[in-house]
Design a protein around this ligand. Structure first.
Ligand SMILES: Nc1nc2c(ncn2[C@@H]2O[C@H](COP(=O)(O)OP(=O)(O)OP(=O)(O)O)[C@@H](O)[C@H]2O)c(=O)[nH]1
Ligand SMILES: [Mg+2]
Length: 194
């Protein structure tokens, strides 16, 4: 690890990967990228206006004051030799036109889901399937949200048996790291397949 990971990538790094942090509106993507990034993350946030109340479901996150209108960007050494570049997507459907650019060249995606609205995640999962981007899913366990068994979540999201599925708290660095490690181990296995 470099002495100043907030500035320099380690000289020992031999591989870098673009990872997309995706998910429906307000599931915690920006929070996640901010929790794990070792550099000051780039956030393109705009204040949510009253007009947004008509299209965005703000009931579950009444404290949410901003929404991503571009991309979140962060960087994290996963080990001495591997650096992840993290791209958080905007959750609002009106930014879907950015989608192709955002997933272009991505090794994989981490899909955050809110257990209070699993149905909202179907569109993103379909987009990733269509784009051929491998993904893992992490349930962002919001305070007071129902704790569903992972088998039920897997079924509700119609995930394949091999798709990694875990739980995280997007505000907690260690928890986010676990989700990223689960994703990259899965991606590494896919890459090493003949
Ligand atoms: N309790 C709790 N709140 C969270 C968690 N993750 C995010 N939040 C809050 O939920 C709100 C939404 O988080 P964001 O990180 O902006 O979500 P997002 O997915 O980037 O939202 P969009 O970019 O608008 O789609 C914010 O007010 C966060 O503080 C979590 O794990 N637990
Ligand atoms: Mg965001």
């Amino acid at each position: 690890m470099p002495d100043r990971p907030d500035r320099f990538v380690a000289a020992t790094v031999t591989a870098t990967a673009k990872i997309v942090v995706a998910g429906a509106f307000g599931v915690g993507k920006t929070t996640f990228v901010g929790s794990v990034s070792e550099v000051q993350p780039v956030h393109m946030e705009e204040t949510i206006t009253r007009a947004s109340e008509l299209v965005d479901d703000l009931d579950r996150t009444p404290q949410k004051a901003t929404t991503t209108v571009g991309v979140d960007f962060g960087r994290k050494h996963l080990s001495d030799d591997l650096v992840l570049y993290l791209f958080g997507t905007p959750g609002q459907a009106r930014f879907r036109f950015l989608w192709e650019e955002l997933v272009f060249g991505a090794l994989g995606a981490l899909v955050l889901v809110d257990p209070r609205d699993l149905d909202a995640s179907h569109e993103i999962l379909t987009l990733l399937e269509e784009a051929g981007v491998a993904y893992a899913v992490a349930v962002n366990q919001f305070d007071g949200a129902p704790h569903y068994p992972l088998t039920e979540i897997r079924e509700a999201l119609a995930l394949d048996g091999h798709t990694p599925l875990g739980v995280c708290d997007a505000r907690q660095r260690a928890s986010c790291m676990q989700a990223l490690i689960q994703l990259t181990e899965y991606l590494a296995n896919l890459e090493s397949r003949p």
